[in-house]
Design a binder for this molecule. Structure first.
Ligand code: HEM
Length: 522
């Protein structure tokens, strides 16, 4: 039934009023939201303002955020700021600025923000990497360095060497002596994982099919994927938060069980090999370490030391087929210096400058963590007239640093020649007084620089020099390998791919099958 004219006259004004009220409400709401959409202006008492940056605030950045940060650095300069929700981020894109802030002023810029899913939900503020810059962090890092310092690495270098040979043998066997194509990810992942198992628990997986390999690789991948920069999102039960809790529980379940096994063996008076779990159990009372400390410290070796190492080896295998001339030069150097009868060893490293240069260049071009691990400032600071308030998160954008044309001319090209003549290890290079001479920033900077650097360098040397010594690496026709896309957000590995590994020596099989897989009682 339709309304009569007097009724319409009555309804019309109330409708207009309702519309006006609604418009006012929507307008008011939009106005109140404005400060949350646009960047906040901050200045200190002397009028110094925060570094320049984009006008809007962000909840997240697009896929491959390092590229957005690289474009912003070109627009806003070597130190710019961006608001992620209500958190201020400052992005470092220049080597001198990185040195000035993270090294020279390391006392102020070496903490970690506490609210990220990674740091609170998964690692519970522990595991070295998630600790604020305090005595607990110093204590945990000191304990870990007992196994990670270069001298300690020397003591177990033969075990890394053994795992490397096992990896090569698996690749040789699984490819039916180089006749079948292979996705190397599982075998390379197992190499890195077994090294960390040896360090953490004095054990290893003794078959490539051990389900623990896949489980550990998935947990490390999940860890790399769970990055959350916006604080309020933590308070709502998102799927990401659920995954964070689940990962924490999985880590305690898997690695906690391993620690208990080490403890049972120690209690039974068995001769347990030196490892992180043994060290932690021996000193648990004296160092006042709780169960979560012990679990998270052992877990971080596999979280920090598996995908990073295997990622670089996988990037190497992905890119080298498209550089046959570089591969041929590497083979020539190996044949000339090492010959075909013996493996390249750690002692050969300084006589193989081209192989060293290839490894450094892979690390520059395919850094596993383009944005390193964010640092956090623990005091207000003014840098070159720009205000960096306490609690700011600092990102070292290695993507920008590694594409600095002054330091690396033609920076997007893969060119190992740029490292010829660089005889320093990454750790030595990070200490050079002239920061423009530093090889690359793959291991971060300042007081939080990766403590696993020495062991990682040794693993990379062994794996890449021996892969080159053993095989000629080819792409499979019709299966192009993407060097642009990748998996993971805080750590990156290439998308799955296959290659052909053609043995370079007729006797490779006999050399590789010399060694039997060891089963370590655990
Ligand atoms: C190629 C391999 C590796 C790469 C590229 C890498 C990279 C990094 C980076 C970028 C950081 C952050 C540094 C910073 O905050 O400035 C870091 C920290 C860390 N890494 Fe590594 N890493 C590697 C291997 C390892 C290994 C093998 C281990 C363990 C055995 C390890 C354990 C850690 C730990 C515990 C931290 C936290 C340090 C702290 O907050 O004080 N990493 N790593």
């Amino acid at each position: 039934m339709s309304a009569s004219v007097p009724e319409l006259l009555f309804i019309q004004p109330s409708l207009t009023l309702a519309k006006a009220v609604l418009s006012l409400l929507v307008g008011g709401l939009l106005l109140s939201l404005l400060p949350y959409l646009f960047r906040k202006h901050l200045e200190d008492k002397d009028g110094h303002t925060i570094p320049p940056g984009p006008l809007l605030r962000y909840a997240c950045l697009r896929k491959y955020p390092e590229r957005t940060l690289y474009a912003w650095a070109k627009k806003y300069g070597p130190l710019f700021s961006v608001w992620m929700g209500d958190q201020l981020f400052v992005v470092i894109s220049d080597p001198q600025v990185a040195r000035d802030l993270l090294v020279t002023n390391g006392a102020i810029f070496s903490s970690r923000k506490q609210y990220f899913i990674k740091n609170q939900v998964i690692l519970r503020g522990r595991a070295i990497t998630a600790s604020p810059y305090d005595d607990k962090w110093r204590q945990h890092r000191r304990i870990a360095m007992q196994l990670l310092a270069p001298k300690a690495v020397q003591g177990y270098a033969h075990l890394l060497d053994y795992e490397n040979r096992i990896m090569l043998r698996s690749l040789f066997n699984e490819t039916n002596q180089g006749t079948l194509p292979i996705d190397p990810a599982h075998y390379v992942g197992r190499f890195a994982f077994n090294n960390m198992l040896t360090l953490s628990f004095g054990t290893r997986t003794d078959t490539a099919t051990d389900p623990l390999v896949e489980k550990a690789i998935l947990m490390a991948m999940e860890f790399m994927d769970l990055t959350d920069f916006v604080e309020p999102l933590q308070k709502i039960p998102t799927y990401t938060r659920y995954r964070g809790y689940k990962l924490h529980d999985d880590l305690v379940e898997v690695y906690g069980a391993m620690i208990l096994r080490v403890k049972a063996r120690m209690d039974a008076g068995e001769d347990v090999p030196d490892c992180l779990a043994k060290t932690l159990l021996e000193h648990q009372e004296k160092e006042n370490l709780d169960w979560e400390d012990v679990c998270m410290l052992t877990a971080v070796f596999t979280l920090g030391g598996v995908h990073s190492v295997s990622g670089i080896i996988l990037w190497f295998l992905a890119l080298i087929p498209s550089h046959p001339e570089i591969q041929a030069r590497a083979h020539e150097e190996l044949d000339r210096v090492v010959g075909r009868e013996n493996w390249p060893t750690a002692e050969d490293e300084h006589h193989l400058p081209y192989i060293r240069a290839i490894i450094k260049e892979v690390q520059r071009v395919h850094t596993p963590q383009w944005m390193a691990t964010p640092h956090c400032s623990s005091e207000d600071f003014v840098f070159n007239g720009m205000y960096i308030p306490k609690g700011t998160v600092l990102i070292l954008n290695c993507y920008s640093l590694h594409h600095n044309e002054e330091r690396y001319p033609d920076s997007f090209a893969f060119n190992p020649d740029r490292y010829l003549g660089d005889d320093l290890s990454c750790a030595e290079s990070a200490k050079l007084p002239d920061v423009m001479q530093r090889d690359h920033w793959t291991f971060g900077a300042g007081r939080r620089i990766c403590p696993g650097l020495a062991v990682a360098e040794r693993e990379l040397w062994l794996a890449i020099s021996c892969l080159l010594w053993s095989f000629t690496i080819h792409e499979i026709p019709g299966e192009p390998i993407s060097l642009e896309e990748y998996e993971g957000s805080s750590g990156r590995t290439p998308l799955p791919y296959r290659v052909k590994l053609v043995p370079r020596h007729g006797h490779l099989g006999s050399i590789l099958t010399d060694e039997e897989e060891k089963t370590i009682k655990f």
